[in-house]
Design a protein. Structure first.
Length: 131
């Protein structure tokens, strides 16, 4: 892989699909994607992140974000929410989603999650920060 960021819908999905393929070819432990900046609606400066390993996505969500995540997952029949962990000391929920699909479908989910779950607009910039 020679590029690690993208800021248009088509470029981001292509970047995510390429990163997923690189992750699989390298048998790496995980793949991590982050946006360039906090979402416009964020109350703090924490950046959301999405990790992918083998066939599982992992991400942290507030209660409102979790509701939007459940809605998004319902549009991907081949995906399932496997676990939701809400430790007492945390303010949110750690979600694990099984995702058995091709790289393009997985990339579409990542892009949809940043926009619909975390509130990014169509022109946000995303970075593949670990492969």
């Amino acid at each position: 892989m020679t590029r690690f960021d993208a800021s248009t819908p088509g470029d981001r999905r292509s970047l995510f699909a390429d990163a997923i393929l690189a992750h699989r070819q390298r048998n790496s432990e995980f793949l991590t994607v982050e946006p360039d900046a906090a979402p416009p609606t964020a109350e703090d400066e924490l950046l959301p992140w999405i990790q992918f390993t083998e066939r599982t996505f992992a991400m942290d969500c507030t209660d409102a974000e979790l509701d939007r995540l459940k809605s998004l997952v319902s549009e991907f029949p081949e995906f399932r929410i496997e676990s939701l962990d809400s430790p007492e000391e945390a303010e949110g929920t750690h979600a694990k989603i099984s995702a058995r699909s091709d790289a393009n479908r997985l990339a579409s989910f990542i892009d949809g999650a940043f926009q619909r779950v975390y509130g990014y607009d169509e022109e946000y910039t995303a970075w593949v920060v670990a492969i």
